[in-house]
Design a protein around this ligand. Structure first.
Ligand SMILES: Nc1ncnc2c1ncn2[C@@H]1O[C@H](COP(=O)(O)OP(=O)(O)OP(=O)(O)O)[C@@H](O)[C@H]1O
Length: 299
């Protein structure tokens, strides 16, 4: 079942369309990512989905076409810059947000879940970056939403806090919450998302799984190894998976696609060659974005 359907979405600020004809849909239970460089229009897109901005054109359907008021009950939103008053305590923020909903979740269980139970009496300003993010996730979940929109939730976190947050997101999905996630981190998108919408300058570039996007890069695989001096590269050149073989002294670099590593190692075994320092590398989402737009996503 589709829980979010976006069709031909356009939004302009002053004279410029910052979202320009974006369409995608999100299936129930998915972690769906919106990935693109800074300023691409990701936040504006999801804010339109959340009903926080009014599109200039196009349609947004959430949970089969609920009204705005109902959407607010069923959708949890964690926005990029949702700072709290410095002095508010964790429990006060949770209780306040819970009061916005007719059937809120048990906020005590939620702060336990996100690892903030010991911080229930701490003031917002005293929390670390990771704790603030976890609080914002708990606040997004306090209405027991069917869909959660999370915008750049690991920006500014150290690698460990980022990984902890990813685990938390996976647990939330396991509980049946569909997640729409905005990110500009490739690793995050690859690790977490079932499917991704790549957005560049307000336009949708592609929607696919991370693997599907990477597979669109020609020569998405690279295998390197060291070979004996007399090694003849001809058996590799002839393989259908291989697009190029380069040799630099003992070092051989084979580029291609599909099951390249298997094809190369099988061909080497048949030729009786034992490769040394065998390495396989795969193209990344950054390579996919570059191949599709001519730009790098990472800043
Ligand atoms: N309220 C606004 N008024 C005018 N311009 C805006 C407004 N909000 C966003 N913009 C502009 O719209 C463009 C898209 O912004 P948006 O925040 O949607 O991009 P983004 O992909 O989420 O980028 P980032 O990762 O930097 O937040 C940017 O150029 C931004 O400066």
């Amino acid at each position: 079942m589709k829980v979010i359907e976006v069709n031909g979405l356009r939004k302009k600020y002053r004279d410029r369309f910052v979202v320009d004809g974006v369409s995608f849909s999100v299936e129930e239970g998915e972690i769906f990512g919106v990935l693109g460089p800074n300023g691409a229009g990701k936040s504006t897109t999801v804010e339109c989905v959340a009903g926080l901005r009014v599109p200039d054109a196009g349609t947004v359907k959430v949970l089969g076409g609920l009204h705005r008021a109902e959407i607010k009950e069923r959708l949890g939103v964690q926005l990029q810059s949702s700072a709290m008053p410095a002095k508010i305590k964790v429990w006060e923020a949770m209780e306040l947000y819970a009061s916005f909903y007719r059937e809120p979740a048990d906020w005590r269980a939620l702060i336990e879940r996100v690892g903030l139970a010991e911080k229930r009496n701490a003031r917002y300003a005293t929390l670390s970056g990771g704790q603030k993010q976890r609080l914002s996730i708990a606040l997004a979940l306090v209405g027991n939403p069917k869909v959660a929109i999370l915008d750049e939730l690991t920006t500014g976190l150290d690698p460990q806090a980022r990984r902890d947050t990813w685990e938390l997101i996976e647990q939330i999905r396991a509980d049946g919450v569909t997640i729409l996630l905005v990110t500009h981190f490739m690793e995050e998108a690859e690790r977490l998302c079932d499917r991704l919408a790549l957005i560049d300058a307000g336009r949708l570039v592609a929607v696919d799984s991370p693997d599907g996007l990477i597979a669109r890069v020609s020569d998405s695989q690279r295998v390197t190894f060291r070979a004996p001096a007399l090694f003849d590269t001809a058996p590799l050149t002839d393989l259908p998976q291989v697009s190029g073989v380069r040799r630099d002294g003992a070092r051989v670099e084979v580029t291609g696609s599909g099951e390249l590593l298997l094809a190369v190692t099988t061909a080497l075994a048949m030729a009786g060659v034992v490769p040394k320092d065998l390495r396989a590398e795969q193209a990344t989402l950054d390579d996919a974005f570059l191949a599709l737009t001519g730009k790098k996503i990472s800043t």
